[in-house]
Design a protein around this ligand. Sequence first.
Ligand SMILES: Nc1nc2c(c(=O)[nH]1)N[C@H]1C(S)=C(S)[C@@H](COP(=O)(O)O)O[C@H]1N2
Ligand SMILES: [Mo]
Length: 338
Amino acid sequence: MRSYKKTSYSKHSHTNEIENEVTDQSLYLNRRAFIEKSSRTIGAYSLGAMTLGSSSSLLLANSSLACENLGQLNKSQLDKGQLHNITQDKSNSLSEITRYNNYYEFSTNKEAVIHLAKVLTTEPWTLTIEGEVEKPIILDIDKILSSMPIEERIYRLRCVEGWSMVIPWSGFSLCHLLKLALPTSKAKYVEFVSLLRPEEMIGQRIDSLDWPYREALRIDEAMHPLTLIATGLYGQDLPKQNGAPLRLVVPWKYAFKSIKAITHIRLLEEQPISSWSKAASSEYGFYANVNPKVAHPRWTQRRENRIGEIKKRRTQMFNGYAEQVAHLYKGMNLEKNY
Ligand SMILES: Nc1nc2c(c(=O)[nH]1)N[C@H]1C(S)=C(S)[C@@H](COP(=O)(O)O)O[C@H]1N2
Ligand SMILES: [Mo]
């Protein structure tokens, strides 16, 4: 279904909006410089010393599930003070991030999404966590925002179409949310379901995909500390076009896995079928780990076009997060598009 159209990124000309965005962005950057300085002094990363086995069954056998903290991923990076950003790449501008979006519930035209998504009602919003859990729960968005440990994570985002961005998200590790529902030992997969509301999401009135949009992860991928639920970016609430109010971000996978506007999370024993796999399983596999050596059937994945840059970049294995996640796929044939 996905037609690869090579659109050159163009800035729009709503001067006022752009000015506001620039102000927001620079305020944010100043504030962040301040936070970084002060957190170095107070040693913000000396948190938590708990260790966990890598096997997810060990995790789940125990109802007092603990979430690994990012700082444990790599002590040497931590010592160099690099971990905060995970990537040293420069973030894309707020304007770039919010005006070039894939969100088929609204449109297949990336530059139309910002306008069409304005009508989406994001309050009230509830998230249901159900399936293979001891304690199914329905959470109100306000409750999530006030109880989750929200932090900043700057991640690269690589779309399967061959473009990429760097986005300063705010959010929390999905693990913190999942553990509230007490997953049972049968929970092997985690399925995510987006909002179904064709009255507001006009793209849902046509069958460009099987609605609602669905995605899934293996349980250990879902529990990995890099796996984020984003609730904001550039220090603001998450814009509607980027998946407000709750959106998954799995930085080492092609971005179609990073599902927007989540209403349901289901823990499952069997591997479910995602919307993109259903549309074209040979093109959009379940794992969809970023891999420059495995071409999409219709184009190479060796390089990528970072939005805002002219020269193409080399795409990195696992989108540059191999050190953190490669162990999850030990023994799997990574040359295959699963
Ligand atoms: N619900 C939903 N989530 C979605 C999509 C979508 O169409 N619907 N598109 C995906 C794709 S293909 C990409 S590239 C990213 C784009 O995220 P961004 O607009 O925040 O850059 O969202 C992903 N999540
Ligand atoms: Mo994408």
